[in-house]
Design a protein around this ligand. Structure first.
Ligand SMILES: O=P(O)(O)OC[C@H]1O[C@H](O)[C@H](O)[C@@H](O)[C@@H]1O
Length: 529
């Protein structure tokens, strides 16, 4: 099975493919969740080719290797075991004699105990129990906790959560303004404990706290794989330093101690539900046949759109305000994992890899960029998501409007409206025939623009765990199609190194000629300002 076999299947229109059986043929469910990919140009033959490609690539063995703790991250010599972080209490997982399950459960127990102590006030500041928790972290040490905190606000009954990621100081200043610092806990979240943005921001927070309270150290905890650095640089004692292993990738770390702000905000029972939802998907992903396996099907659609149909982007539109930051979360998950140019062996990949992932919450998206998606000559596939139930009782009417809009968009993108239909509608509305003919091209919708739909009952902690785990498993599967290492991120290195070298020039300490000449122009201008 080859990429050419796949491409040979493209070119059908959704309207031509759609019949009474198509929905049943091109949808799958997991519990209350429906994944509907019937309004795409996927064919039975294309799907069979995609399944064949997975078989050719030893997908089942690769999946088992990941879950079993093999060092599949071959450029860093690391296991990829974020999935172990959501194992249930009675699970057993050994990798080369290392009791992974034990490590996970011990680490979880320590985080849970601290989180509950913060919530109950058993661990408190001199001025009283903590009212605010500020997470200082970036990338994977920020996006997951932010997403889940926003999605599950209705379940958060602990201290208020704040997230400071960018190094520009604006967010930190806001925290200083809005929080009672005498009752604020800062969490420094960094897998490497070397990310300049996080370290420099945390230093500013520590200095400020030293001027505010007698024992600033009480107000700090750290989440990292490098506890020694947390002690050395910030004086954070071992009991408030929650470590994790290097087999937890940053963008897969929300299940690890990196989730501590969430444990504090929504309590450990809710966090356990979140883990349980993800574990359910792990089980489903490992056991369901390909044709019923939601993440596998999602990956097949992704690869079909990217490599079968040639779409360069995918637009994620949750019709669920609580998931407004999901597109940003997926940008890191998919693009950092699968935006690669070489295979596991270092050879150039034969086809394009990760698409550009973008999007925002609906219906807002309708009022911004849907015009382009409906009528521009460059269609892009969409991924819709929606809950059946409203965020709280009494809001059913609003939820129904949301659902109607989502479904209407599904229909409009797939089937459009012909020029003749547009013209007839205007005449029906009383417009004169000549004017209707003039306007018809502008009011025509070409349709045949593919979209998928993920429908779920309600956005509980368990559903949230499932949604993220589905995305992770899909990301892994797409990586198998492309034959790449989805778990390193060498592409972020160069900019970091150059920024370190650039700083002294920005500060004006070195002569201009030490900078690459392409930047000496802007640098010279900067120094005139
Ligand atoms: O958690 P940290 O070590 O501070 O890393 C934060 C982020 O920085 C890096 O640039 C990586 O690209 C991300 O994958 C990571 O999540």
């Amino acid at each position: 099975m080859s990429w050419t076999d796949l491409q040979a299947e493209s070119g059908h229109t959704i309207a031509e493919l759609y019949d009474d059986e198509r929905f049943a043929e091109f949808s799958a469910t997991y519990e209350d969740m429906l994944f509907d990919y019937s309004r795409t140009q996927m064919t039975v033959a294309a799907r069979a080719t995609l399944f064949g490609m997975l078989e050719d690539r030893d997908f089942a063995q690769k999946r088992a290797a990941m879950y079993g703790g093999a060092k599949i991250n071959n450029t860093e010599g690391r296991r990829v075991l974020h999935t172990a972080l959501r194992l249930p209490e009675d699970a057993v997982l050994d990798a080369e004699g290392e009791d992974i399950a034990r490590q996970v459960l011990d680490s979880r127990a320590a985080c849970f105990a601290f989180a509950e102590d913060v919530r109950s006030g058993a661990y408190a500041a001199a001025a009283g129990s903590f009212t605010d928790v500020v997470n200082i972290g970036i990338g994977g040490s920020d996006l997951g906790p932010v997403l889940v905190a926003e999605a599950l606000t209705a379940h958060c009954d602990g201290p208020r959560l704040h997230f400071v990621s960018n190094v520009d100081g604006a967010a930190l200043t806001q925290v200083f303004q809005n929080c009672d610092l005498s009752r604020t806990l800062f969490i420094i979240a960094s897998k490497s404990f070397g990310t300049i943005e996080t370290m420099e921001t945390a230093k500013v927070a520590l200095a400020r706290m030293k001027s505010e309270v007698a024992d600033a150290s009480v107000h700090f905890a750290a989440l990292t794989t490098k506890p020694a650095l947390a002690a050395e640089q910030f004086g954070i004692p071992a009991e408030r330093c929650f470590g994790f292993a290097d087999w937890v990738g940053g963008r897969f770390s929300v299940w690890s101690p990196i989730g501590l702000p969430l444990m504090i905000g929504m309590g450990t029972a809710n966090f356990s539900e979140f883990l349980a939802g993800a574990h359910e998907i792990d089980t489903h992903f490992q056991s369901a046949p390909l044709a019923e396996n939601l993440p596998v099907l999602m990956a097949c659609v992704g690869v079909w759109h990217r490599n079968g149909c040639g779409f360069p982007t995918r637009c994620v539109v949750p019709y669920d305000q609580r998931l407004a930051t999901l597109p940003q979360y997926l940008q890191q998950l998919d693009m950092e994992s699968n935006g690669k140019r070489v295979t596991l062996d270092g050879d150039e990949v034969a086809v394009p890899t990760s698409p550009v992932v973008w999007g925002s919450a609906g219906t807002n998206a309708q009022h911004a960029y849907f015009q382009m998606l409906h009528q521009s000559p460059t269609p892009q596939p969409l991924e819709f998501m929606i809950a059946a139930e409203p965020v709280e009782e009494g809001l059913e009417h609003l939820q129904n409007i949301l659902i109607a809009n989502c479904f209407a968009q599904n229909q409009a993108f797939a089937f459009g409206r012909t020029e003749a239909e547009a013209e007839a509608l205007m005449i029906e509305d009383g417009m004169d025939a000549e004017e209707a003919r003039r306007l018809a091209p502008h009011r025509t919708f070409p349709g045949n623009r593919p979209s998928t739909l993920l429908l779920y009952r309600d956005l509980t902690p368990r559903t949230m765990g499932r949604i993220i785990a589905l995305a992770e498993a899909r990301c892994f599967t797409e990586g198998v199609f492309w034959g790449i290492n989805s778990f390193d991120q060498w592409g972020v290195e160069l900019g970091k190194v150059l920024a370190t070298g650039m700083l002294p020039h920005v500060e004006g300490k070195f002569a201009e000629d030490m900078v690459n000449e392409a930047l000496s122009g802007p640098l010279a201008h900067l120094h005139t300002l």
